[in-house]
Write a protein that binds this ligand. Sequence first.
Ligand SMILES: [Zn+2]
Ligand SMILES: [Zn+2]
Length: 221
Amino acid sequence: MNKNKCLQCSEAKGQGKAVKCSQCEFFAHANCVSIPEEVCNLLDSSTNLRWFCDRCSSLGPNIKKLTSSVDSLRKDVFNKLSTLNDLNANIKSELENINAVIESNKEKLNKLESSDVFRGELNTLKNDMKVSFADIVSHGIKRHTDDIKAEVKTVQATINDAKQIKERENNLIMFHLPESGSDRVDVMKILKHLSNNVVDANLVHLTRLGKNQTIILDRCF
Ligand SMILES: [Zn+2]
Ligand SMILES: [Zn+2]
């Protein structure tokens, strides 16, 4: 293709009327594309009248198609952007709500912290807890100690009982022992008369139950 040659006959421009394509700027003889001389004059004198060669005219609709698809794409993008904007607005308002809740909670907390009543009640509660805990512990320990003491007393009593029973195992009772002299001497005389093995240490305890009455000898032998 040569811009100096007619699009139709491929000859040079020459002296005759010619039209130039507004798109590709190739020319064609007016006669070759059947354009009357008056139309050629109008095209020359007017800036709003344009001529397009066959090739560029056939491209026209494609450009329109392209333009319309670009337009629809642009609409899609615009719609998506507006959806995004809506989402952003929602998120923003949610965040604002959350912030408001946080702020209000902060305020409440500050009020509570600065409130003497609250502080006082908290201290009372703390003290109550301390006192009741100490009470519980001391009562518990006291009860436990009392139980142990009672148990020890019972054991002690049992031991004493056992001891007394053991001590009484070897008791002897003598009747009609004269009150002449020493009971111990008299009793030892009788015991030694009864057995050769008796020594003074065998008579552990001696008790007279009333005058001219019975003598109980504890722990003989
Ligand atoms: Zn031509
Ligand atoms: Zn053209």
